[in-house]
Design a protein around this ligand. Structure first.
Ligand code: FAD
Ligand code: NAD
Length: 477
């Protein structure tokens, strides 16, 4: 007879594995179905994020940043370095080691919490039955009182540039995290988050990077004042970002790829050693539910859910990249916690208005809440406070005094509505604003909070003070 679990989670990425751990913590008998096979040909947990996403990309961003800084960033400190060289094999081996440590860590967490890992492809059948097809083709079926689908996302393909990671010429992010030599030239289709992060990695390691972006607005989701500053700084670094371009075709020429594209000036072609396609990701719903399950999808192919991540089927939930909302690891994880707590009869919730975004370029870009353009469009009255890192002592000492903090507060209530940062450690700084927004703080609350000196956080403090025209270390306008 088929075994019955309290909860079966399909997918072991940051949404699914966190949901499974939280369910087990709450005393629910939990299994997680996961089919990932890693670069060592072993089954692995952690999903896109740990295997081919957040972790390997941040590892290479850090390594390439160190390499670049030693070459170009130390002169200002009076440090002269000769004979810097790159051992790409070692850099890649470090990345692989970190990925293995973390993915093995999830499997240890499963054991410690009593989560059973069912290795294979999971598929929702009718009546909360889940079919598991193992690597050897054997099929098992289990019953679940609750099912959580967390099958993630995959890159969007475009007909003009078909990806073939095995061939290694036109690649997606997974291919671009695994080059074995630095390409002389790298074309990137799509100047979004992946294009900018991986374009930065290879540019710092020596590639000439050209980005072909379809839309005219750079980083259209970000606050446009910050995005304009970012574009200026990235161009200064040598990233050749061409907005308003449309790739029409590609052609393999020996070991290179020729890209044909149009912009307002007409037709162009450029030949690259490698071409990265990073034009967005789409929900991964391949064979995830049998038709007789009656699971409902929305018009864009995401699994349809409500604010609590409940699908149209009682006891069936979906979380992470496979449902609406930003495709971010922490968003999926928090949905996992919310669903687990609701299954256990608690009152799980998630504040979708306080999800931080981070782009790990140099300088970093991070934000939470509404952009200025969104506030304008929604007719919400707001006040702005900005503070440049050029006036921050710690940023100066770090030789990192670029960018700014921009706070947006409600003009009448002073409630913090958004915070947008471009500058050093923006990824860390933004958390202060996330916490403030979670507690419905006002800009005055941040302005009256003591910030250590000298810290980058003083720029957050000064931007909050600037909302009411009382920044202490800049001339208020
Ligand atoms: P996934 O991580 O995609 O996991 C889904 C899992 O489900 C996979 O392991 C898959 O094998 C498994 N699966 C799918 N179908 C089945 C099935 N039928 N049966 C069994 N298993 C199945 N986000 C950030 O927040 N910060 C970052 O810095 C960041 N960097 C990124 C860098 C790159 C290059 C990429 C590609 C993404 C990055 N992201 C980042 C996005 C982040 O990786 C995703 O938002 C996150 O992984 C989504 O988590 P998830 O659990 O929903 O899906
Ligand atoms: P993206 O949505 O960030 O960027 C895609 C870009 O491609 C957009 O600017 C879009 O206008 C452009 N584009 C779309 N079609 C195009 C075409 N045919 N030609 C040229 N340009 C085109 O998507 P992404 O960079 O692929 O990343 C996918 C998702 O992964 C992100 O949205 C994000 O949710 C997640 N991610 C997050 C991080 C992070 O948090 N630091 C890092 C990497 C990825």
């Amino acid at each position: 007879m088929a075994k019955t679990y309290d909860v079966v989670v399909i997918g072991g990425g940051p949404a699914g594995y966190v949901a499974a751990i939280r369910c087990a913590q709450l005393g629910l008998e939990t299994a997680c179905v996961e089919k990932w096979i890693n670069f060592k040909n072993d089954p692995a947990l952690g999903g896109t994020c740990l295997n081919v996403g957040c972790i390997p990309s941040k590892t290479l961003l850090e390594s390439s940043e160190q390499y670049h800084r030693i070459q170009e960033g130390l002169d200002a400190h009076g440090i002269h370095v000769d004979g810097v060289s790159l051992n790409l094999d070692k850099m890649m081996a470090r990345k692989e080691d970190i990925v293995l440590q973390l993915t093995n860590g999830i499997s240890a967490l499963f054991k410690a919490n009593g989560v059973e890992w069912l290795k294979g492809h999971g598929k929702l059948l009718a009546d909360r039955q889940v079919e598991i097809t193992a690597r050897d083709g054997s099929v098992d079926v289990v019953n679940a009182d609750n099912v959580i689908i967390a099958t993630g996302s995959k890159p969007i393909d475009i007909g003009a540039a078909p990806v073939d990671n095995a061939e290694g010429l036109i690649i997606d992010s997974t291919g671009a995290l695994d080059f074995r030599e630095v390409p002389g030239t790298l074309g990137v289709i799509g100047a979004g988050v992946i294009g900018l992060e991986l374009g930065s990695v290879w540019s710092r390691l020596g590639s000439k990077v050209v980005m072909l972006e379809a839309v005219e607005d750079f980083l259209s989701l970000a606050d446009q004042q910050i995005a304009r500053d970012a574009l200026r700084q990235f161009k200064k670094q040598g990233l050749d970002i061409r907005l308003g371009t449309r790739v029409t075709a590609t052609e393999k020429v020996g070991n290179s790829v020729k890209v044909y594209f149009k912009d307002k000036d007409g037709d162009h072609e450029i030949t690259f050693d490698k071409l990265l396609v990073s034009v967005g990701r789409r929900p991964n719903t391949d064979n995830v539910a049998a038709p007789e399950s009656d699971l409902l999808f929305d018009e864009r192919g995401y699994i349809h859910v409500d604010d609590q991540c409940e699908t149209n089927l009682p006891g069936v939930y979906a979380i992470g990249d496979v449902v609406r909302g930003p495709m971010l690891a922490h968003k999926g994880s928090e949905e996992g916690v919310m669903v687990a707590e609701n299954i256990a009869g608690q009152h799980g919730h998630l504040n979708y208005d306080a999800i931080p975004w981070v782009i790990y370029t140099h300088p970093e870009i991070a934000w939470v809440g509404k952009t200025e353009q969104a506030l304008k469009a929604e007719g919400i009255p707001y006040k702005i406070g900005t503070f440049p890192f050029a006036a921050n002592g710690r940023a100066k000492a770090m030789e990192a005094a670029v960018g700014m903090v921009k706070m947006l507060a409600h003009a009448e209530t002073d409630t913090l509505l958004g915070c947008h940062i471009i500058g050093p450690f923006a990824s860390e700084l933004v958390q202060e604003a996330v916490l403030a927004m979670e507690f419905h703080a006002s800009s005055e609350d941040l302005a009256r909070t003591i910030h250590g000196h000298p810290t980058l956080y003083e720029a957050m403090h000064e931007a909050a003070l600037a909302v009411h025209g009382r920044a202490l270390h800049k001339i208020n306008t």
